[in-house]
Design a protein around this ligand. Structure first.
Ligand code: V47
Ligand code: SF4
Length: 367
């Protein structure tokens, strides 16, 4: 396969990608710096095609954001509230049951459950939450809690990290989403999310979770104050952890939305930023099987294009996404399975409905 590059530095990166050699920090910086977007995209697409051919995965999922009360108050977050705010909420088990029952006739394969750090909820609430979900949806996978919540729960339970993870697993925790890492960097931590766990604690927790046999995803929140070097170092930090644990399932670049946040002066990410984020991840994270283009954050049309820039997964049907929509996302709040499949086919790929562990699902009837 030949690619005509306008930036000759990409020749060397393409040669490495073809040989399956690991890209360096300098290669990562070049991928972000170059204006040869099509060149980068073609290399990423080559790697993507070798791993996944024309397959593009998606899952039938439901989000449950059990509370928006959060003591961390990260500067980039539009979702969190103080306990006394008018629109603060914390769902009871009856509320959660009602949400699950409201969609019980749909073939939901995964419950994606995250929330704020709400000091009014005890450790029992989280065990109840997992057990309630498992009781009502025994066949669906429970993908719940970020490392930030696990850290919080280990303090709340007083049981220590390993015992806390083990109790959550026994109650029904099947895997964990990738949020909470933001950018693994002290400067950004101190400037944007000083109350949240730092990169050392995040790494310690994710390794403990992987050691307990629980797969997680990983993310990077980009498009705020981070530099190109900090993005590349974040990807390399994740790659190093994956070498050690093999516990990451997918990586999801998260495009920052500034509306209703304390960073509302920042402009939205561009299509160039979003496609580079996907391609850089595909090329730098050579030990990750899956790269998601999260349509909620970059919009459905660009997510289609991202399938040709290294992404092999569009996340899910979702319904009722709250975190990004509070921060101004203009994408739909959810998609039907037909819309999802149509999106994939129109982009020239083959839709594969999957479960949480990337096993293809046999088609169930449409709701
Ligand atoms: O942890 C918060 C980010 C994350 C904003 O693992 C924001 O399959 C953009 O992690 N603009 C939650 N992003 C979402 C998340 C996720 C989403 C889809 C799939 C998976 C997965 C994980 O969203 C948070 C934070 O990093 N976030 N505020 C904002 N204003
Ligand atoms: Fe809380 Fe998460 Fe929002 Fe930070 S990003 S304020 S931890 S809900």
């Amino acid at each position: 396969m030949n690619i005509t590059f306008t930036d000759q530095r990409l020749e060397n990166i393409f040669a490495k990608a073809r040989q399956g050699s690991r890209l360096s920090r300098e290669d990562g910086i070049c991928i972000y710096e170059t204006s040869d977007l099509m060149g980068v995209g073609q290399i990423a697409n080559h790697v993507r095609s070798q791993r996944h051919g024309k397959k593009a995965y998606y899952i039938y999922n439901q989000h449950i954001n059990y509370t928006n009360i959060c003591k961390n108050r990260c500067r980039f977050c539009a979702y969190a509230r103080n306990e006394n705010d008018d629109d603060a909420y914390a769902w009871s088990m009856a509320d959660i049951e009602q949400r699950l029952m409201g969609r019980i006739d749909e073939p939901v394969d995964e419950l994606h459950i995250v929330g704020g750090l709400n000091e009014t909820l005890g450790f029992d609430y989280f065990i109840d939450l997992l057990k309630t979900v498992k009781r009502i949806r025994p066949d669906a996978a429970v993908k719940a809690f970020t490392c930030v919540e696990i850290d919080y729960l280990s303090r709340l339970s007083g049981l220590g990290l390993e015992q806390t993870i083990s109790q959550l697993k026994d109650a029904g925790l099947d895997m964990m989403p990738g949020g909470g890492a933001e950018v693994l960097n002290t400067r950004i931590h101190d400037a944007l999310f000083p109350k949240k766990i730092d990169h050392n604690r995040w790494k310690q927790i994710v390794k403990a979770v992987h050691a307990a046999g629980i797969k997680t995803n990983a993310t990077m929140l980009y498009g705020h104050i981070e530099t190109i070097e900090e993005r590349v170092d974040h990807l390399i930090a994740l790659r190093d952890i994956q070498d050690e644990t093999a516990g990451f399932s997918a990586f999801i670049p998260l495009a920052f939305h500034s509306q209703n946040t304390r960073l509302s002066h920042l402009p939205p990410t561009t299509a160039m930023d979003d496609l580079k984020a996907v391609a850089a991840a595909r090329l730098m994270l050579d030990n990750f099987d899956h790269i998601k283009a999260y349509w909620v954050m970059i919009g459905e049309p660009l997510a289609q294009v991202a399938l040709s820039f290294g992404a092999d997964d569009l996340d899910g049907t979702i319904i009722e996404e709250r975190i990004t929509h509070t921060a101004g996302a203009r994408s739909a709040k959810g998609l039907t399975r037909d819309q999802m499949e149509n999106m994939v086919r129109k982009a020239g790929f083959e839709p594969v409905q999957r479960d949480s562990f990337y096993n293809p699902r046999t088609m169930q009837p449409n709701p």
